[in-house]
Design a binder for this molecule. Structure first.
Ligand SMILES: *[C@@H]1O[C@H](CO)[C@@H](O)[C@H](O)[C@H]1NC(C)=O
Ligand SMILES: *[C@@H]1O[C@H](CO)[C@@H](O)[C@H](O)[C@H]1NC(C)=O
Ligand SMILES: *[C@@H]1O[C@H](CO)[C@@H](O)[C@H](O)[C@H]1NC(C)=O
Ligand SMILES: *[C@@H]1O[C@H](CO)[C@@H](O)[C@H](O)[C@H]1NC(C)=O
Length: 334
């Protein structure tokens, strides 16, 4: 029984022993720091162990050297500008070991600028064509905390994150492919750089947004009712043919023979026939045909109604005449 316990104790000792200590005797406070480039920073390193000779911070900036018989040492820098700094706290134990702990430092920097452009393109944006928008983010660190967000107006389009572990500032230019349509005419595209540095970082997270990219989308003329139209016209009546098309730039119009440059056309009423209108702009053109017919003559029932009322009127006149003549007597001149 006792032998078994000893075996167990031995087993535990073997497990926790060895050249490195399983749990460090050093406590960092705060356990990690997030610092803006050029700002001041400090962190404490303390130990509760009693079997040490002293401790210290080792760093390119703010190192303390070895301090004897202390339980806490402070690393502090007034103006942190070393992108690769790795402050390390250590203690010298009596048994000759030197456990240490590195303080994770995230040094960050706002981008110098964030701007948006259409990649390798000048001139009008045409509906249905592919374009690459590019967001230029200058001199930002660290890249792995950056999220680039794309917006059209207030509508989020896409997010881009980076896994790059480099600590020094970099320039990045993510792109977004778009195929604009006519509804995007007048839209404002933006990109936004967000540095999310966690709860130790600035709150709310740092955000820098580009100026909006104003979008003018050119598209060919389109009719709201694209089919040809047939209209009936009475002699002497005036009629207007409406060829209005939507398009950007604003379409120009031409009519079959006459060179009318407007969307509306009043054909001479005595000339029924076919009128073709073409709406065009620099993107395309579209045509529409109007067929103008004389309104057909009144139908058969109207004809009979007219004839019928004429007969009734004639009959009434005859009766009236006979009646008047009878009253006036045979000597009358009627
Ligand atoms: C470090 O310790 C000192 C004294 O113990 C204390 O005044 C200071 O606030 C501590 N700093 C941090 C960052 O905890
Ligand atoms: C911090 O250091 C940088 C580079 O050494 C220097 O340009 C800047 O003026 C310093 N800022 C302050 C507040 O000391
Ligand atoms: C990613 O990091 C490597 C070095 O770590 C660097 O060479 C490369 O340019 C970085 N990528 C970007 C997009 O900055
Ligand atoms: C012509 O048609 C367009 C739409 O197709 C319409 O907006 C406009 O009011 C019309 N004009 C006339 C004078 O009827």
């Amino acid at each position: 029984m006792v032998k078994g316990l000893e075996f167990l104790t031995l087993g535990v000792l073997v497990f926790t022993g060895g050249p490195t200590h399983a749990s460090s005797p050093l406590v960092l406070n705060p356990p990690r720091v997030v610092v803006r480039y050029g700002d001041s920073v400090s962190a404490n390193c303390s130990t509760s162990s009693t079997d040490h000779e002293g401790m210290g911070w080792e760093a390119n900036f703010g190192g303390t050297g070895f301090e004897q018989d202390v339980n806490i040492v402070t690393w502090t820098v007034d103006n942190l500008t070393d992108w690769t700094i790795e402050p390390k706290c250590y203690t010298n134990l009596i048994d000759g070991e030197q456990p240490s702990k590195v303080l994770p430092v995230i040094l960050y920097k706002n981008p110098d600028s964030v701007s948006i452009s259409v990649l390798s393109h000048s001139g009008p944006i045409v509906e249905g064509t592919k374009y690459q928008l590019q967001c230029d983010i200058q001199n930002i660190a660290p890249l792995r905390n950056l999220v680039v967000k794309w917006y059209k107006g207030n509508e989020p389009l896409d997010n881009v994150a980076y896994s790059n572990v480099s600590k020094t500032p970099v320039d990045v230019s993510p792109t977004l492919m778009i195929i604009p349509n006519r509804d995007d005419d007048g839209a404002q595209y933006r990109c936004r750089a967000e540095l999310d540095l966690g709860p130790e970082g600035p709150q709310p997270p740092l955000i820098m947004t580009s100026e909006p990219l104003d979008f003018t989308v050119f598209y060919p003329p389109t009719f709201s009712r694209p089919e040809s139209e047939t209209l009936d016209i009475r002699v002497g009546e005036e009629i207007t043919l409406n060829c209005t098309a939507t398009g950007r730039p604003t379409p120009l119009y031409s009519w079959q023979s006459s060179h009318v440059q407007e969307a509306l056309f009043t054909p001479p009423s005595e000339v029924p026939g076919t009128y073709t209108c073409t709406a065009s702009n620099q993107i395309g053109k579209i045509s529409k045909t109007f067929t103008v017919n004389h309104k057909p003559k009144g139908d058969i029932t109207t004809l009979w109604a007219i004839l019928g009322s004429g007969l009734v009127l004639a009959l009434l006149l005859v009766i009236a005449y006979v009646f008047v003549k009878h009253r006036a007597g045979p000597n009358s001149i009627i």
